[in-house]
Design a protein around this ligand. Structure first.
Ligand code: SF4
Ligand code: SF4
Length: 499
């Protein structure tokens, strides 16, 4: 995608130094980076080691310069990622206010919605896709946890270290099981996207998906490779590695290279380790700039689901006799609320909304997923700084201004039946219909751009107060021949029940 749009100043950009959400993201990234760097330096100073024979030496067979590179690159990437993520958040801050505060009254509902997100409950409504996604997500989280636990143990004084003996063996088994589940999920995802190819996936498969699956697959495979060669190397050095049988994937793999020389195993292990770190570095690079960002944005979006407006209610219109507003509805990015803009970065592109949309099913130009993504494209291309679009970069697409109608047509919007099926099925609680109705409100009120069939209905509502254009004085005519229905004179005080 290219843009020649002028950068748009985030709303409220009045030069004050108020702390904004994107500052928190930067602060968090810097804190993690400092923590990572310190965790690399401390063990060098303290030199705390465990004497247990049943344990794993951190950075075993990894030369000092490689360790230094690791503890330099990872913190730098964490800071870079935080700034990249903050740039996206600045885009959300361009939106108008949306009351989504966490209060004592809604805190438990918010936590429940958040839990539904992180436990994948909404995804499991489609059991096959949900299970596949859960295998990747939980497998990855456990692997991340396993690495973190090893790092924590690495920092502790000798008598506080806990990762040895039976605890280590259980830990190793959990790590291998998680790796297996993770790789199983990746294999399933590849099968689903490139072999089974269900419609909603097929029409939105981009090179970005292949990159993400490739990076995840590389993390899993190189992890097992590094583990197998680490065990094989120590076996070749004469250590008894029977306790590593609990690494029920890495250990059998290590026996396949029995008889290899120590020097060969040393260098092959180092290459697998480098491959593993490079795969993790690639993960950190693509995390903020691809749809993988939904690992953070989707649960956040679900946490913010609870809103004051009842389900299905449109945003209230201001009193037209009193308001000083000159425009109604949404025509530019800034007309959406910050929550509506966050939505566009939280979309997982799963296409469930597409699959249930009656307009899409009957061949109309509307695809609810595209409404979300196109709004996100305009937001991304007109941000300051410009950020990557929600998915992929298409050189054919040019966004020259922050108008939503750069990418979204009135034909798409008026094809919507307002059935809300898309909102109901969305696993991450994206409010799609709200966006459509806001843009339609703009088209109808500001541009008089609506289907001709609606002209009579609008005129009827304007002149007679009903969409059929019926005379108000004839409103009760339907009952004039019915003895058991009294038509009450609207001028007299009401003493009757009415329908
Ligand atoms: S509300 Fe509109 S976009 Fe959503 S499913 Fe119904 S017709 Fe499709
Ligand atoms: S809007 Fe929701 S249902 Fe539609 S593609 Fe995005 S995440 Fe999936």
């Amino acid at each position: 995608m290219s843009t020649d749009a002028e950068p748009v100043e985030p709303s409220g950009g009045n030069g004050t130094s108020r702390v904004r959400p994107h500052h928190l993201a930067i602060g968090l990234g810097i804190a993690f980076a400092v923590g990572t760097a310190v965790s690399g330096i401390l063990p060098l100073i303290l030199d705390w080691h465990s004497d247990s024979a049943i344990q794993r030496e951190v950075f075993e067979n990894v030369p000092g310069p490689l360790q230094l590179a690791f503890y330099t690159i990872i913190p730098v990437l964490l800071v870079w990622g935080a700034f990249a993520f903050a740039a996206r958040m600045r885009n959300w801050e361009r939106g108008s206010p949306a009351p989504r505060r966490t209060t004592r009254k809604n805190a438990s509902r918010r936590l429940r919605d958040f839990r539904a997100g992180v436990y994948m409950r909404t995804l499991l409504r489609d059991s096959a896709a949900g299970l596949m996604h859960s295998m990747i997500y939980f497998g990855f989280l456990v692997l991340l946890g396993v690495t973190t636990v090893l790092e924590i143990d690495h920092q502790l004084p000798e008598d506080l270290k806990f990762l040895h003996g039976r605890t280590y063996q259980a830990y190793a088994m959990v790590g291998d099981a998680a790796g297996l589940v993770f790789l199983g999920g990746i294999g399933w995802a590849i099968l689903r996207r490139y072999v089974q190819r269900p419609y909603r996936i097929r029409i939105k498969s981009k090179p970005e998906h292949a990159v993400i699956l490739g990076v995840f697959g590389a993390i899993g495979l190189t992890g097992f490779g590094a583990e197998a060669f680490r065990i094989a190397l120590r076996t070749a050095e004469g250590d008894s590695m029977d306790f590593e049988r609990w690494s029920f994937v890495g250990y059998p793999l290590s026996t396949l290279v029995d008889g290899w020389s120590e020097s060969t195993l040393t260098s092959v292990h180092q290459w697998w380790w480098i491959g593993h770190v490079v795969a993790f570095v690639a993960f950190l690079v693509i995390l903020p700039i691809t749809m993988l960002r939904h690992m953070f944005t989707s649960p956040l979006n679900m946490y913010l689901r609870d809103k004051e407006r009842p389900k299905g209610a449109m945003k209230p219109m201001p009193n037209l006799m009193e308001t000083e507003l000159e425009s109604f509805g949404a025509s530019v990015v800034e007309d959406f609320t910050w929550k509506q803009l966050l939505d566009t970065d939280a979309c997982t592109m799963c296409g469930r909304c597409t699959s249930v949309c009656p307009a899409h099913a009957t061949g109309k130009s509307l695809d609810p997923r595209e409404i979300v993504l196109k709004a996100g494209e305009v937001m991304a291309a007109t941000g300051d700084p410009v950020v990557s679009p929600p998915i992929g970069t298409d050189a054919e697409i040019t966004v020259s201004a922050n108008s939503l109608f750069e990418r979204i047509t009135s034909e798409e919007l008026w094809a919507c039946t307002s059935c809300k099926a898309c909102d109901e099925i969305c696993p991450v609680d994206i409010e799609i219909l709200d966006k459509i109705l806001d843009m339609r409100r703009y088209l109808a009120l500001m541009e008089s751009d609506f289907p001709t069939e609606l002209g009579n209905a609008y005129r009827g509502m304007e002149n007679q107060g009903n969409p059929w254009g019926m005379n108000q004085g004839e409103r009760g005519d339907w009952a004039k021949d019915l003895d058991f229905v009294d038509i009450v004179d609207p001028g007299t005080p009401l003493e009757a029940e009415y329908l």
